[in-house]
Structure formats: C-alpha cells, structure tokens
Design a protein around this ligand. Structure first.
Ligand SMILES: [Zn+2]
Length: 454
C-alpha cells in the first residue's frame, strides 16, 4: 500500500512539474492587440529643455472635463465673414511689428517691449487685458491675456502662442506666427458677440521650459476655471521651398481628440477659405499646450507640416516664411475658435469601468454613465507580471457606439502562472479616458483572487 501511495506521489509531482514547465514555455497570447499611444513627436521643444523629465511633474486630482461643443455640418455665413477678414496683410503686419524688437528672449528688454506692444494692441481693440506675471527659479516674466466675454462667462475657449524667442534670432515663425494668429483672431472677433468667453493669450518663458504657460495653467486650475478647449499655435508659417502648403500637423492627447475632430470638420466645411488638411500626431510635450494636459484641460497644438529649416537661428525671419500658408493656418484656428464659441455646449458621454473580474480570462465592464452616446469606444486590458515577470498581454475591444447609460464588456485571455497586474483603460472619441487597475493570480487560463486597486 505504502509503495503504491508513494509512486502516486511521484506521478503527481511529475504531472505538476510537466504542467508548470508547459505553462512557462507556452507564450502568452491575446485576442487582439493594439497600441494607441503615438510617440512620434515634433522636433519643436523649449530651447533650454532636453527632455520631458526636465519639466515640472504635475500631480493633481482628476477633474472632469466640462461639456463641449459639437462641430456643425454646414458652413455658417458668419464664420465665412470672419475668415474673409483674415488676410495676408493683417498677418504680415503683426509679424513685422513682433520681429521689430529683435530677439525676444524672456527677461530681456526687447521681450518686455514685445509684451507692451501686445498689451497695447489688445487694449486698442477694446478688450479686457492683463499681464499675468510669474516668477520662477530660472526666470520671471509676463504672459499677456485679453478676454472677450461671452453671454456665458463660465465656459472659456483659449487661443494662444508664445511671444518669446531664443536669443539667436527674431523668432518670426517660432513663434511670431502663432502670436500673429492670436492677434488677428482678436482683431476680428472683437466686433462680434459670442455665446462663450474667449481668451487670447501670448505666453513667454516658453523657451526656458514652458514656464509662462505652466504658471498660467496652474493659476487657472487653482481658480477652478472651466477651460473647455485650448488652441495652441506654435510655428505655423513655414513650408518647404516651392510648396504652397496644404497640409498641417496637430498634436493631441486622448482626452482632446474631440478638438481634433472638430477642427478637421471645420477645415473641410470651410476648405475654400482654409485649404489645409490636418494630420493628427498624438502627444508631444514640446509646446505650451502641455501643462493644460497636465492639469486636465483639453488642448491641441497646431504645427507646420515641414519643420522650419531655420529653427532657433538668426535666419528664422519673415522672408523665409510662407505668409499665404501662415494666413490659411491662422484662418483654420480662427474658424475653429469662433465656431466653438458660438456652439451650444452639449451633454457628453462619461465612461466608467465598473468591474474587473476573473474566471476564464479577465473581464472588464465599461459603462457610459453620461447623457450622450459615446463614439468609437476602445477598451484595453493589459495583463503584466506572472512567474518571472514573463507576461505582457494586451487585448483591445472596440465598439462604434456605446449608448448613454449603456454598457459593454471587454475580455482578455492569457495562459500562464503567477501573480498578475491588470490595467484596464477605456476611452471614446468624445469622452475622457478612464483607467483602473487590479491584481490577481493566474493559474493556467484561470484568473483568481481579483482585487481592484483603490
Ligand atoms: Zn515655439
């Protein structure tokens, strides 16, 4: 009897070893795997900052985005009237004035002269203007902000660029082109009434590490301002020689994808006046939109398609720019801003991950707890860890429409052993991304002891 029992034990041990060996040698698999993080950046970044790690690390509580406007389907005669006023002489005039001060490095007299010029220009337009002053360890300076109040003073839409430059050159394209777009939009929009409040902002300290915009956004966040959308224009006036320029770049984070859709619709609806097709690029930390993202606001960064050959040099001058292109790009941003400022803000979908459970694989339930349907919903389950940390499996499910108050399930299968970390993320083209994590224990295809992280 004894010998039979012990032989059984030996056989059982052999089977267990065989199973474990098998589990380790079978690669983890996934139903569908995609990566939605685009990291192809722009060479544009602050002159004195080499990497994102050198920027201030912002850690703030999640703020839920306000409702946002939806793009119209047809052209609006009022918007066309605005577009017709934004012409090349207007852009060229602002560029000549801005570059007349020479290089505008933050902290130098010429940068201050440019600030005064922008302040006076806004004031002569009849707008409410203020300097937003900031002091940092490296530099102190002033942002210039003009406000055009709407009937609704809560929801704020911002157009911005940076008026400082590097010491080496006059910064015609970087970023005289963006500030010219800001000034031109203000000059034209001031004569009209809009539902929402519009702010025209010229930042400084950009080249030192986005310092002016960092302090601006931090103050806005602490004042609990409801900034719905930020349109940042930085280098929108250069094309390769001989080209008229019919394409442009736009950078966005997942929460700001609705702005990309909106402005792409605008470029199509008013194509006769704009003539630029936008290509979304994903995320980049290299300009003033960045801290808006870090503080939970939705923002995009408009940027020329062919990067300026004379970047940060004495040759970043007006004569090397394409004023036709710069004017058309400015029109695209103006039309987007003006249309947003007069569209009603709508109910929007709000995603929630209500459960992460085990069993055969991992199942996540995603609910739309908002009052509008979510479009192009994407749910991703990432499973990592396991014995010897060998598991790295990602599964993505997509659904074209997730109705208001509706729910969907996403599933991921994996076949391994050991403790695992489960990360679930869900987003939609018109809703903010949500994420949730859980831990569990994997035994072959079975996921046990799932505990959601607090
Ligand atoms: Zn720039």
């Amino acid at each position: 009897m004894r010998s039979i029992t012990s032989r059984r034990n030996v056989i059982m041990k052999a089977i267990v070893v065989f199973i474990i060996t098998g589990l380790l040698t079978i690669p983890g698999y996934t139903l569908a795997g995609t990566s939605n993080i685009s990291s192809n950046g722009t060479p544009h970044h602050p002159a004195f900052v080499e990497s994102r790690d050198d920027l201030v690390n912002v850690q703030v509580a999640h703020r839920s985005s306000p409702s946002h406007p939806m793009a119209p389907n047809t052209a609006d005669v009022n918007i066309i009237e605005l577009l017709q006023q934004l012409n090349e002489p207007l852009i060229l005039g602002y560029l000549e004035n801005l570059t007349s001060f020479g290089p505008r490095e933050t902290g130098t007299p010429s940068c201050d002269q440019a600030a005064h010029y922008i302040f006076d220009t806004f004031q002569n337009m009849g707008l409410v203007v203020r300097y937003h002053n900031y002091t940092d360890a490296t530099v102190s300076g002033s942002n210039v902000e003009a406000t055009l109040y709407g009937n609704d003073t809560t929801n704020i839409f911002i157009i911005c660029g940076h008026y400082d430059s590097v010491a080496a050159g006059p910064g015609a394209d970087d970023d005289g082109s963006g500030v010219a777009a800001v000034l031109a939009a203000a000059e034209i929009m001031r004569n009209y009434d809009f539902d929402h409040t519009v702010r025209f902002v010229a930042f400084s300290g950009e080249e030192q590490g986005l310092i002016g915009s960092y302090h601006y956004v931090q103050d806005a966040y602490n004042s609990n301002e409801s900034i719905v959308a930020v349109l940042n224009a930085d280098m929108i006036g250069f094309t390769a020689t001989g080209s008229d320029g019919i394409v442009g770049k736009i950078f966005e984070n997942p929460a700001s994808e609705w702005i990309v859709s909106f402005t792409q619709d605008i470029s199509v609806i008013y194509s006769d006046y704009i003539g630029i097709q936008l290509f979304p690029q994903g995320e980049t930390w290299g300009s003033d939109h960045y801290y808006f993202w870090e503080y939970g606001y939705d923002a995009v960064f408009y940027h020329e398609y062919h990067f300026n050959d004379y970047y940060h040099s004495a040759n970043d001058t007006i004569d090397r720019m394409n004023i036709t292109y710069s004017t058309r790009f400015s029109r695209l941003i103006l039309a987007t801003l003006a249309q947003m400022a007069q569209q009603p803000v709508q109910q929007r979908p709000v995603l929630e991950i209500s459960s992460i459970s085990g069993g055969l694989g991992v199942t996540a339930q995603i609910n739309n707890i908002g009052d509008a349907n979510a479009s192009d919903v994407k749910a991703t389950i990432l499973i990592t860890g396991g014995l010897f940390n060998l598991i790295n499996v990602q599964s993505t499910s997509e659904q074209t429409v997730l109705n208001a108050q509706g729910s969907m399930q996403s599933k991921a299968m994996v076949f391994r052993l050991g403790k695992i970390l489960i990360t679930v993320a869900a987003d939609a083209s018109n809703a903010d991304q949500v994420t949730k994590q859980a831990t569990g224990f994997l035994l072959g295809p079975f996921v046990l002891e799932v505990v959601i992280a607090p």
